[in-house]
Design a protein around this ligand. Structure first.
Ligand code: FE2
Ligand code: FE2
Length: 171
């Protein structure tokens, strides 16, 4: 049996779809970084930029996995990300929504692998789970902390500085 035949078409297509999803998540973060940057929220901007690079790293891992299983990855059109938010609270509301969707998506991908008894793909996917849980929790936390300070003033500056330190440390 060839290696390629061992990867089920439905599994391969779902993994390939994840390439577009990670790229589109990256684009939203790049867009948020630019939005924050021109508003003086330079710490937030660097955190968003770091997250964008993180999503591109995930995308590459999916490409590599498909290639390692002798399956050519294909690249689809990415919709333009949002570019206007009324406030940092609104921006982080979109971020946490996206991270929750990505977390559910990981669950769905593992489900798909399990349906096809694909333990190899299951094992590949589990590497994303702890980070995705942490990213989702962090997005929720930042959103909640912004709500606590009213999303403005000194509180906002403190949160911006904190995110800036994390952004420089690489997320
Ligand atoms: Fe990701
Ligand atoms: Fe993420």
């Amino acid at each position: 049996m060839s290696f390629r035949k061992s990867l089920h078409k439905d599994v391969a297509e779902s993994l390939n779809e994840q390439i577009r999803i990670e790229a589109s998540a990256a684009f939203l973060y790049f867009s948020l970084a630019s939005w924050a940057n021109v508003r003086g929220l330079t710490g937030m901007a660097s955190w968003f930029r770091g997250e964008a690079h993180g999503e591109l790293t995930h995308m590459n891992l999916f490409v590599d996995y498909l290639n390692d299983r002798d399956w050519q990855a294909t690249f689809a059109t990415i919709e333009a990300p949002a570019s206007a938010w009324a406030s940092p609270i609104e921006a982080f509301d979109m971020v946490r929504t996206q991270e929750h969707v990505l977390l559910q998506r990981m669950n769905d991908l593992i489900d798909m692998a399990d349906k096809h008894n694909d333990h190899l793909t299951h094992s590949f996917l589990t590497q994303f789970v702890p980070q995705q849980i942490a990213d989702t929790a962090e997005a929720d936390d930042v959103h909640d902390r912004l709500m606590l300070v009213g999303g403005d003033g000194h509180g906002l500056i403190l949160i911006d500085q904190e995110l800036g330190r994390k952004g420089e440390a690489g997320g």
